[in-house]
Design a protein around this ligand. Structure first.
Ligand SMILES: *[C@@H]1O[C@H](CO)[C@@H](O)[C@H](O)[C@H]1NC(C)=O
Length: 178
């Protein structure tokens, strides 16, 4: 009796750290919203004559996206079952791949605006952008690892290819701010 109570308690504790495929899909939806907000704020920043308010909006959107990615990484790493089913793995990977054009657009856009950030009257904005890029890269690395770690065997290669493409895009942008 006592033993089975301990077992039930242990199961409850374990389940409180587990997440479902639906949690992961909800996280990806949130990441998608935050990524578009970030990309839109970068696009809205003109290549000359932008304001400090606009630059800070980009920073705030980058921080918000980072939090969403971190939540997604936590849930994806704790998803049960692991690996997820072939159908769920396909659907999760499709959702991630759908983000790729916007990630690339945002990263190219931020590089294109480096001179405009440097020209702002308050110094330090390029350094802030550099830090935001480093943080987003680190968060993205974590969710990529969790995605690969929970992928069914038949999708590991495709998930790894996606990771390599996104990492390369980050490396290019980070190098521009080095
Ligand atoms: C991105 O983050 C990963 C994991 O922290 C790191 O290994 C990699 O060097 C980072 N990329 C760049 C360009 O800094």
């Amino acid at each position: 009796m006592r033993f089975s109570s301990v077992f039930v308690l242990a199961s409850l504790v374990a389940s409180s750290f587990a997440s479902t495929v639906a949690d992961v899909q909800a996280d990806i939806a949130d990441i998608t919203t935050k990524l578009h907000a970030l990309d839109d704020s970068i696009t809205a920043f003109p290549t000359s004559g932008g304001t400090l308010t606009q630059a800070l909006a980009i920073h705030n959107n980058a921080v918000a996206l980072g939090s969403s990615i971190d939540q997604g990484a936590t849930d994806t790493a704790a998803v049960t079952p692991n690996p997820v089913s072939d159908a769920d793995g396909r659907s999760i990977l499709d959702s991630f791949e759908a983000l790729e054009p916007t990630i690339n657009h945002a990263l190219v856009g931020i590089v294109d605006r480096k001179a405009a950030f440097t020209a702002l009257p308050l110094g330090g904005i390029p350094a802030l952008v550099k830090q935001d890029l480093a943080n987003l890269n680190a968060s993205t690395s974590n969710i990529e690892a969790a995605l690969i770690g929970s992928a069914p065997a038949g999708l590991v290669g495709e998930a790894t290819d996606l990771k390599n493409r996104i990492d390369a895009a980050f490396a290019t942008a980070i190098a521009a701010y080095a």
